[in-house]
Design a protein around this ligand. Structure first.
Ligand code: PEP
Length: 251
């Protein structure tokens, strides 16, 4: 059965000492908490080794926010999936809209990244989502379907089953404008139907689909109550332990 997951995406925030302190605080808060979901923090590359040292990954999973589309070699400034895995991290966010928008990530590069992440035992948290114009002109279902088909449908059913998906309407990321619980549920049900069409109902039912976009303690419970919403990918609210825990406790 699919898991409920709350994953933090710290983006380009915190220095290493600040990040280590925040990770420790979250880890402490989770110990002994009666949590009803898996909890993960995805942190900048520079933080992975130090954060891995101070958290118990049975309590709090660790992930990166990206990885390279090559295994090794002359790619100055890049960080590969084997490097991420060697830090002890178990997850990697791939295809975040900020990476698609600012760094030109395409379905082709994402296919390579997903393959390398899986080869190295990392669980991709794969992001999809439409921009405001696509929401307003009604093409959002096709847009999201194409993102899934183009980057992921080369995978075997076994490999597809290792992914976590995150639906993040771009118009809701960092804007304070959350999708309504109904909009999220409709899209998550659509995504599950798209998966079922290709891989069958069992794979679709077992895929965790997270919602991301201005999720906070005040709206998380309503979103997570929807049958096809299996948790959240959390940006801004993951940077304060109390807010992040408020979302974790919304389950
Ligand atoms: C994100 O960037 O993945 C995200 C969901 O950000 P925020 O929660 O800040 O909207």
């Amino acid at each position: 059965m699919r898991k409920n997951i709350v994953a933090g995406n710290w983006k380009m925030n915190t220095t290493v000492p600040e990040g280590v302190a925040l990770a420790k605080e979250v880890n402490e808060a989770l110990k002994g908490a009666d949590k009803k979901c898996d909890v993960v923090i995805c942190v900048p590359f520079t933080h992975l080794v130090s954060v891995a040292d101070v958290i118990d990954q049975n309590v709090l999973g660790l992930g990166a926010e990206n990885c390279a589309d090559h295994k090794s070699g002359a790619y100055t400034g890049e960080v590969s999936a084997p490097m991420v895995a060697s830090t002890g991290a178990k997850y990697v966010i791939l295809g975040h809209s900020e990476r698609r928008q600012y760094y030109g990530e395409t379905a082709e590069t994402l296919r390579e990244k997903v393959a390398l992440a899986l080869e190295n035992g990392l669980t991709p948290i794969f992001c999809i989502g439409e921009v405001l114009e696509e929401r307003e002109n009604g093409t959002y279902n096709e847009v999201v379907k194409a993102q899934i088909v183009d980057a992921l449908f080369n995978l075997s059913a076994e490999d597809f089953g290792k992914l976590v998906l995150a639906y993040e309407p771009v118009w809701a990321i960092g804007t304070g404008k959350t999708a309504t619980a109904e909009q999220a549920e409709d899209m998550h049900a659509h995504i599950r139907a798209v998966i079922a069409e290709k891989y069958g109902k069992e794979v679709a039912d077992n895929t965790s689909i997270l919602y991301g976009g201005s999720c906070k303690p005040s709206n998380a419970a309503e979103l997570f109550a929807k049958p096809n919403v299996d948790g959240g990918l959390i940006g801004g609210a993951a940077l304060k332990c109390a807010d992040f825990m408020g979302i974790v406790n919304a389950f």
